[in-house]
Design a protein around this ligand. Structure first.
Ligand SMILES: NC(=O)C1=CN([C@@H]2O[C@H](COP(=O)(O)OP(=O)(O)OC[C@H]3O[C@@H](n4cnc5c(N)ncnc54)[C@H](OP(=O)(O)O)[C@@H]3O)[C@@H](O)[C@H]2O)C=CC1
Ligand SMILES: O=C(CO)COP(=O)(O)O
Ligand SMILES: [Zn+2]
Length: 356
């Protein structure tokens, strides 16, 4: 009899087994594979820039450890690319996949490996969001960006030498994604009170703690600092764990994420996910009646954008995103309720100095 298991249920907490964070850990990839009994044919999913930064080295380390390695270079996080990765994996009879790079490569490897029922290792080259360790993938399907449930990586190998050398904007964006936990949890509590939605105390506490750590250490998060990269990567991994414990992205994604997802759809050129979520957090914290100034100050100290101008997005798209954010994920109740009026949207953006 075939056992049917729902790995996406709140009862099934799927977590990475090996997590390596530190200077030069990339070279441990062969040992990690041995530890996890991953043998045979590896498929590396990477981008053209990140191939040079880390992909080639990972390939060499794996070959030295006895694996046969093929690489697929991707350029878009679309369902067509997921299929391309799956085809390549089937063609080479891959036994495991590695996503080497930033969000796009990791999401493609994550979703393709989930569909093929193969393990995958996440090797981030930047710490720009918590997808590096989570069980969710953001993929463009039929022209629309959607967040889908997938498997968590079996291992995360985060080399802080590489991550700290990446443009600082990525690390600052990662901080924005973590700080956004605050409003995500407030929204979750609200949904629990108003809609009797399940609320996970433990996942919420873990999520708040990661945001607190980043705010408290905002002064010391600096470019080219491996200690900064280490702090942010650990918080991002912790976010992945919080989402796995909750069985959903609730602890790390609320109204501020809905604002960011809406901007991705409507703005001609969106900013980084974590940058948009950070700005969204300032405004959603205002709506919650909380200390939005503290969020703004922390983001400013870190060097993350706090205004529409710094995001490179025109004011009108900020207002439009505020007006439509509530409808992007109607099943997720947040402070946005059934939507803001145009004057309320403009007011929140002006008072919080996101637009001037
Ligand atoms: N799964 C999840 O929960 C989440 C997923 N996402 C998704 O992740 C993607 C965004 O990820 P993000 O990381 O912001 O951006 P991308 O993955 O789009 O990467 C942005 C660019 O940075 C380059 N890059 C990566 N690392 C370095 C480095 N060390 N030095 C120089 N350049 C580098 C990449 O190169 P290359 O071209 O080689 O890749 C790419 O061109 C989106 O597809 C988004 O939807 C966002 C949030 C959460
Ligand atoms: O970005 C995320 C959490 O930080 C993932 O959440 P979503 O479910 O909104 O994609
Ligand atoms: Zn996020």
């Amino acid at each position: 009899m075939k056992l049917t298991i729902d790995k996406n249920s709140a009862k099934w907490m799927q977590l990475p087994r090996d997590v390596l964070v530190g200077h030069g850990v990339l070279e441990e990839v062969g040992y990690v594979c041995r530890d996890l009994k991953l043998k045979g044919n590896a498929l590396i999913v990477t981008g053209s820039t990140t191939w040079d930064i880390a992909g080639r080295k990972v390939s060499n380390f794996l070959e030295s450890a006895g694996s046969s390695v093929e690489t697929v270079i991707t350029c878009k996080a679309t369902m067509e690319e997921v299929e391309k990765v799956m085809e390549k994996a089937l063609e080479i009879e891959a036994t495991f996949l590695l996503g080497v790079g930033s969000g796009r490569s990791i999401d493609l490897a994550k979703l393709a490996s989930t569909r093929l029922e193969l393990p995958f290792i996440s090797v981030p080259t930047a710490a720009s969001h918590d997808g590096i360790a989570s069980s969710r993938a953001s993929i463009v399907d039929n022209g629309k960006s959607t967040s889908v449930q997938a498997q968590a990586p079996i291992a995360v190998i985060a080399d802080t030498e590489i991550i700290s050398a990446a443009p600082f904007r990525f690390l600052a964006a990662g901080c924005g994604d973590i700080i956004s936990n605050y409003t995500a949890v407030m929204d979750w509590e609200l949904a629990s009170r108003l809609r009797n939605e399940y609320f996970g105390e433990y996942a919420a506490a873990l999520s708040r703690m990661a945001a607190r750590v980043i705010i408290e250490y905002a002064d010391s998060i600096k470019p080219q600092h491996e200690t900064s990269a280490r702090l942010v990567v650990k918080a991002l991994v912790s976010n992945g764990v919080a989402m796995s414990i909750a069985g959903s992205s609730r602890p790390a994604s609320g109204s501020e994420h809905m604002f960011s997802h809406t901007l991705d759809r409507i703005a001609p050129k969106s900013a980084l996910h974590g940058e948009q979520c950070g700005v969204g957090t300032i405004m959603m914290m205002y709506l919650h009646g909380g200390n939005w100034q503290e969020i703004r100050e922390a983001l400013k100290k870190i060097g993350a954008p706090v205004t529409a101008e710094e995001l490179g997005i025109e004011d009108k798209y900020i207002i439009e995103a505020l007006l439509h954010a509530h409808s992007i994920r109607p099943e997720r109740y947040t402070i946005l309720g059934s939507g803001l009026t145009p004057s309320a949207a403009e007011k929140v953006a002006r008072i919080t100095k996101v637009i001037s």
